[in-house]
Structures are given as structure tokens and as C-alpha cells.
Design a protein around this ligand. Structure first.
Ligand SMILES: C[S@@+](CC[C@H](N)C(=O)[O-])C[C@H]1O[C@@H](n2cnc3c(N)ncnc32)[C@H](O)[C@@H]1O
Length: 357
């Protein structure tokens, strides 16, 4: 067998100081590996495991800036060991991050196979990640469709530009202490914080684990009191029994749903008789505006008022109507900067209102 051992190396320059780069990169790496079923325990005694199998063991952890892992790439050949190095080096204007797999390829055994492995497993995914379809999906997920990362957490913790919608929705819902509200796609829980001032109870779901954690963090007292429950779930499979809630809300979510009728049907299922729903619509006029810029716009569905009403009727709701509300007074109350008030002006924002039969 030819010796195909080599070093595979990727690097990137990032305009951040090394410490800050380490913090972000290790956190994101840990979270992304977890989604792929790999557990990264960081620190001097850290390790990387895949299921029960220990793939990597930290042999050197210099404040996270120089990390060396002993890597066992094959359960069927645990003696085949490589080194993985992750380095963060200060360079002019930022940090050079390098990830290296040293001594790779011993189990591949043929140079052309090694070339094939590199093309299929490294080069093609890298090119795909930097081409429009994948890159546009990444940006859309990251910012809105399944928010993640420090920037999304900061935005959704206190989403100033969503408060005008929240106020309009709250006016329609007219919550009382007797209500039990469900929010679908709650993001960072900012709407819930406002809604729970009515002393109602609430439950919420979001399919982004980071948003679920944030919504809990933003509402610690009501969670501790048992007045708010936030769970990770998908809009079309709500983890609640039928006829549980008196009202439901969904804002900034509808356009992302691949099957909106299925989600609305699920909401109807968990509403009790006469339960009310308010859904913020997204009409085609929003396409390409600050509210729905590219690449998000071409990944969103937009609905005319009549289509919106039709979705609710198809999902089995009664008395479905679409009302238009002027968000400008709300925008002024919540402190939207003067130069952006015009974005909210006009009796224009669509809201679907309906009742469970
Ligand atoms: C644009 S954000 C809006 C968040 C919040 N409602 C607000 O207005 O600030 C959309 C949210 O819906 C969630 N979401 C999108 N599709 C979903 C689905 N199918 N099931 C559950 N959550 C979903 C996303 O994870 C994200 O938190």
C-alpha cells in the first residue's frame, strides 16, 4: 500500500482579535458538531466523541489559542492516529485561524483515492457553501428562518423593529389573565414578555434551539412561576394536546412555512372552541424591502389578503378575515428612529384574524 499520508489544511483571516475569535469559533464549532451528533468537550482535558466512541482527545490546550487533538478516525482501526491542530495567530488586522489534519490518508491507500476523497469531502462542500443556493440558505437560516449565533441572539433578545407588530397584535388579541396563549416561532421571546404582562399563561415553540434557550432566558420569572413553557418543536407538530389554548399568535413566521395549511391546522387543533388566532401576514409588497431583503425574499412565500384568508379556511378556521393596521403610532411609542418611521407608515400591515370552530 502506498503511503498517502499528508496534511490537509484550511485557513481563514478574520478581522477580530485572537481571544474574541477563539470564543466565537469554539462556541460555534461545538454547537455545529453537536447538530452532527458529535460532542466536543473543550478545555485541557477535553475530547471529541461520536456516539460512544472517542474520536479526539485534547493533548494541548493553550488558552484555546493553540489546540492539539489526538485523532482516531476509524472505530475499525483505532491504531490509525492523526493529529488535529487548531491555531489562532495574531496577524495584521486580525487573526489567522488554521485547522490542520496532519498525517491524514493512511487508511485511504491510493493517491487517486485520496484526490477523490479531497474533491468530494472537502473541495465540493466548500465550493457549494460559497455558491448562491447554499450561501443564501445559510444567511436566511442564520438571520431569520432558524436563527443562530451571537448576532441573531442579540437581535432577537430585543427586536426593536418588531415591537410595532407586537403592539398591533396585542391590541387584536386583547389578552386577559384567563387566557392561555400559544406562540409559534417565538424567536427570542420578546413578544411573550409583552404578552405576559396581561397575567395570562403562555406556551411557545420554536425550531431553533438557540431561540428556545433565549426565550427562556429573556423571561426568567414567568418560567420559574410556571406561567411560561418554551419548547423546541416544529410548527406542524405542536407538542400539546387538543383544545389546550384560548388563543394563538404567529408573527414573522408564516412566509417561512413550507406547508402553512398544515401548521394552521395544527394550531387549530390545540385551540379550544372559539379560540382566536392572530397571524401577521407578509404581502408581496414586502418583497425586497428592509422587512424582507434578499436572499431571504426569494426564500419566503408572500400572500395576498385573499390567499391568507383562504389558508385559514382550508385549515378549518371560522370567521377568517384580514385586517390592515397602521403601525406608525406604535413605531413612535416604541422609539423607532425618526428616519425609519416611514417604514411603518400607512394603514397597511396585514393581520389574519380567525376563530377555531
Ligand atoms: C423572523 S423570526 C421571528 C421571531 C419572533 N416571532 C419575532 O417576531 O421576533 C422567525 C422565527 O420562526 C422560527 N421558525 C421558522 N420556521 C419554523 C417552523 N417550521 N417551526 C418552528 N419555528 C419556526 C424561527 O426559528 C425564528 O425564530
Amino acid at each position: 500500500m502506498e503511503d498517502t499520508r499528508t496534511t490537509v489544511r484550511v485557513s481563514i483571516e478574520i478581522a477580530l482579535a485572537p481571544r474574541a475569535t477563539v470564543d466565537v469559533l469554539i462556541e460555534e464549532l461545538t454547537a455545529t458538531l453537536a447538530q452532527a451528533g458529535m460532542n466536543f468537550e473543550t478545555g485541557a482535558n477535553g475530547r471529541v466523541s461520536e456516539g460512544e466512541y472517542e474520536v479526539g482527545r485534547v493533548v494541548s490546550w493553550e488558552r484555546g489559542e493553540r489546540v492539539l487533538l489526538r485523532w482516531r478516525q476509524a472505530t475499525w482501526n483505532p491504531e490509525e492516529i492523526t493529529d488535529v491542530a487548531l491555531r489562532f495567530e495574531q496577524v495584521e488586522g486580525g487573526t489567522l485561524v488554521t485547522l490542520e489534519q496532519r498525517g491524514w490518508g493512511g487508511l485511504i491507500g491510493d493517491p487517486s483515492e485520496l484526490a477523490g476523497w479531497f474533491a468530494g469531502e472537502v473541495a465540493a462542500p466548500f465550493l457549494r457553501a460559497t455558491a448562491p443556493a447554499s450561501f443564501g440558505n445559510w444567511l436566511t437560516d442564520r438571520q431569520a428562518r432558524r436563527p443562530s449565533g451571537a448576532q441573531a441572539r442579540a437581535v432577537y433578545r430585543d427586536p426593536l423593529y418588531h415591537y410595532p407588530n407586537f403592539r398591533a397584535i396585542l391590541a387584536e388579541l386583547a389578552l386577559t389573565a384567563g387566557d392561555y396563549l400559544i406562540e409559534i416561532g417565538c424567536g427570542g421571546g420578546a413578544f411573550l414578555k409583552e404578552a405576559l404582562k396581561s397575567r395570562c399563561r403562555a406556551a411557545a415553540i420554536d425550531h431553533s434551539p438557540e431561540m428556545v434557550r433565549l426565550a427562556q432566558e429573556v423571561n426568567p420569572e414567568v418560567v420559574a412561576e410556571g406561567r411560561l413553557l418554551v419548547q423546541q418543536a416544529s410548527a406542524d407538530h405542536l407538542p400539546f394536546p387538543a383544545a389546550t389554548f384560548t388563543c394563538a399568535v404567529m408573527t414573522g413566521v408564516l412566509g417561512f412555512l413550507p406547508d402553512p395549511v398544515a401548521a394552521l391546522r395544527e394550531i387549530r387543533r390545540v385551540l379550544s372552541k372559539g379560540g382566536r388566532i392572530v397571524v401577521m401576514g407578509n404581502d408581496p409588497k414586502m418583497r425586497g424591502t428592509l422587512a424582507a431583503p434578499e436572499p431571504m425574499a426569494s426564500r419566503l412565500r408572500f400572500y395576498e389578503d385573499d390567499e391568507l384568508r383562504q389558508l385559514a379556511l382550508e385549515a378549518g378556521f371560522d370567521r377568517a378575515t384580514v385586517v390592515r393596521r397602521d403601525l406608525e403610532p406604535h413605531a413612535r411609542v416604541v422609539g423607532i428612529p425618526e428616519e425609519h418611521i416611514a417604514l411603518f407608515a400607512g394603514a397597511d400591515a396585514p393581520f389574519l384574524l380567525a376563530k377555531a370552530p
